[in-house]
Design a protein around this ligand. Structure first.
Ligand code: GAR
Length: 215
């Protein structure tokens, strides 16, 4: 797989930073060709520029249709020879134009153990539901919201006394480990999708990140 990443963000960009750090530290053999934000003031844009990465704003507003916006994204990504599109807190549904242009090559990170708690405020959803365990999911993107084949998951315990903020902070630690790991797995190849199952090399599961996430 072409190891040039296109990272799409909407805000803070801490998962973007985790990818940047993993590349810099040699844990992820890839380069970030471009960072695109749909929001002008996303803090992640500065993180990208600070790392010498091209960062551009492509607002989702003002397009005749959602598909037109997706096609514009595709043009920006393809013109930079991107091979894998990483959604990193990109709070937009992506549709057919982008998914068809990058078959099985759009990946997302979500702060819950899918299929539990899709959509926004996943950490608060887990807390309000009374879940005792939540975590992080990295998955291939399909037209279904947070519904694509699961590449990797890490668990994070929900503790007595947790608030949405404290739980989010611990899940975020796990996210920052999981995303570079999942992207490396994808880029290394040797996997396939069977139905809705991602079949690849075995990835060691919860204990490592669960302990790291509670550190
Ligand atoms: C992360 O927690 C990510 O998992 C979540 O948004 C946050 C972005 O933070 N994404 C979703 O909820 C997608 N459904 P970041 O901008 O610091 O990476």
């Amino acid at each position: 797989m072409n190891r040039r990443l296109g990272v799409l963000i909407s805000g803070r960009g801490s998962n973007l930073q985790a990818l940047i750090d993993a590349i810099r530290e040699g844990r992820l053999d890839a380069s970030i060709a471009v960072v695109v934000s749909n929001r002008e003031y996303a803090a992640g844009l500065e993180k990208a520029r600070g790392a010498g990465i091209e960062a551009l704003v492509l607002s989702h507003r003002g397009w005749p249709s959602r598909d037109d916006y997706d096609r514009a994204l595709v043009r920006e990504l393809k013109s930079r020879d991107v091979g894998l599109v990483c959604l990193a807190g990109f709070m937009r549904l992506v549709g057919a134009p982008l998914l068809d242009a990058f078959p099985n090559a759009v990946v997302n990170i979500h702060p819950s153990l899918l299929p539990a708690f899709p959509g926004v405020d996943a950490q608060r959803q887990a807390l309000d539901y009374g879940a005792k365990v939540s975590g992080v999911t990295v998955h291939l993107v399909t037209p279904e919201l947070d519904g694509g084949p699961i590449i990797l998951q890490r668990t994070v315990a929900v503790l007595a006394g947790d608030t949405a903020d404290s739980l989010s902070a611990r899940i975020l630690v796990a996210e920052h480990q999981a995303y570079p790991e999942a992207v490396a797995l994808l880029l290394d190849g040797g996997w396939r999708v069977e139905g809705r199952r991602f079949v690849g090399r075995a990835v060691s599961d919860a204990p490592r990140s669960a302990s790291a996430a509670s550190a």
